[in-house]
Design a protein around this ligand. Sequence first.
Ligand SMILES: *[C@@H]1O[C@H](CO)[C@@H](O)[C@H](O)[C@H]1NC(C)=O
Ligand SMILES: *[C@@H]1O[C@H](CO)[C@@H](O)[C@H](O)[C@H]1NC(C)=O
Ligand SMILES: *[C@@H]1O[C@H](CO)[C@@H](O)[C@H](O)[C@H]1NC(C)=O
Ligand SMILES: *[C@@H]1O[C@H](CO)[C@@H](O)[C@H](O)[C@H]1NC(C)=O
Length: 460
Amino acid sequence: MAAGRLWLLLPLLLLLCDGALPRGPSVGPRYSPDWASLDARPLPGWFDAAKFGVFVHWGVFSVPAWGSEWFWWHWKAEHRSDYERFVSTRFPPGTTYADFAPRFSAADFQPEQWAQLFQEAGARYVVFTTKHHEGFTNWGSKASWNWNSVDTGPHRDLVGELGDALRKRNISYGLYHSLFEWFHPLYLLDKKNGFKSQFFVAGKTLPELYELVLRYKPDIIWSDGDWEAPDTYWNSTSFLAWLYNDSPVKDTVVVNDRWGFNCSCHHGGYYNCQDKFKPGTLPDHKWEMCTSIDVRSWGYRSNMQVYELMSEFTIIKELVHTVSYGGNYLLNVGPTKEGTIAPIFQERLLALGTWLKINGEAIYESKPWRIQKENCSDEIWYTSKGPAVYAIFLVWPKDDVLTLSSPVLSASIQVSMLGFFKPLKWQSSPQQELQVLLPSENRWLLPFQHGWTIKLLGVS
Ligand SMILES: *[C@@H]1O[C@H](CO)[C@@H](O)[C@H](O)[C@H]1NC(C)=O
Ligand SMILES: *[C@@H]1O[C@H](CO)[C@@H](O)[C@H](O)[C@H]1NC(C)=O
Ligand SMILES: *[C@@H]1O[C@H](CO)[C@@H](O)[C@H](O)[C@H]1NC(C)=O
Ligand SMILES: *[C@@H]1O[C@H](CO)[C@@H](O)[C@H](O)[C@H]1NC(C)=O
């Protein structure tokens, strides 16, 4: 145990002394610290196969739990009167943001329960905020002094506990990490210097990133907070070259695209582009759409209204659009400061899990088909896997006949609907369209009411 700990510490000490980091055996391609080389790395296959993940935003912002996770910024940088009024009416005079940290209790946080919920939701991966723009680390970072979850608030290693629970259930683990911090004095100093100095990067950002990788061996690094400074300020390419060449996760880790301004949608691993990105055509690069059940916030807020939440239908629709266009869908929930996930969020996640239990065959491990959506309709979407083509229709046609004009029929065509054992009847229209006769009387036997999948074999 002690020796193991030393192993973890040693690289960090070396980093702090002279910038040296452990180098692994030189097998496989070695990447150089430039985008041409890093961008050419093939994305480890597990990520594209996974398709659906749950995003979790949890931090000190979950204590005021009001407005959004940008609470501190709205309050102290923008001086918004609604935030000032909120604090002055609900907290003692002189309250600072730091005073919220001890109230971040996590007293009801049961990582096993979260992991079970995410598994039942059908998530193949989870991305957790290790540190948001407020700078509070959800693990006992050596670069964080007392602004972390071990020294104050929960007094627990939240990053480690959640990771252990997820791995027991074979769910991949992604670590969200904000490069910048709104109010860190060293960051503000570098910013004042036009990002010509790197005090913050050397003392905070990079030590944290290396520490996260060596300690928690993440499957994803979900970088954020990059946009004010160039990637050369963040030393992104040298970190990624180390990650891909020498880190303990070099063969499996995937990263996103937020590594400095103008990187997003251009460089890195898969692309997030902007939050809630929705391409209108099939992108030529692996991407992920991140979005939140609460459409107005990523962190929990107590003033949320039910009409501000995504409906089950919207969630299924977005997942289907995203996967048809070759993306992964990352759906966010914000736990409370105690560590509970609001039952309305649980209900949405479980509804998606129920849908995926039957329709997941058309989602997980699927590939985009030749055509993404039927005849300019927003209601019928395609995916494929091996010889199978899946047509997912979001709205049940009034006459119980689903018309598909894109598949080219062969003599050996087979038509079925996921969730039913019996093949479906079909006919060919005079325009050679496939008309599937839907099992209307049995529709109500299925445990969901939005989005059904027709499986086609023998079509091209
Ligand atoms: C873990 O999950 C992956 C992806 O779903 C799957 O391919 C693999 O077989 C699973 N492993 C175990 C041990 O269940
Ligand atoms: C960042 O990269 C520059 C150029 O490669 C290097 O001189 C510097 O030491 C790096 N900083 C850190 C903190 O690793
Ligand atoms: C960033 O992108 C914008 C828009 O494409 C461009 O005008 C600008 O020159 C770019 N900045 C750098 C430093 O590459
Ligand atoms: C597209 O759908 C419309 C309305 O359903 C139909 O009239 C039209 O013929 C279809 N076009 C093709 C190319 O299938």
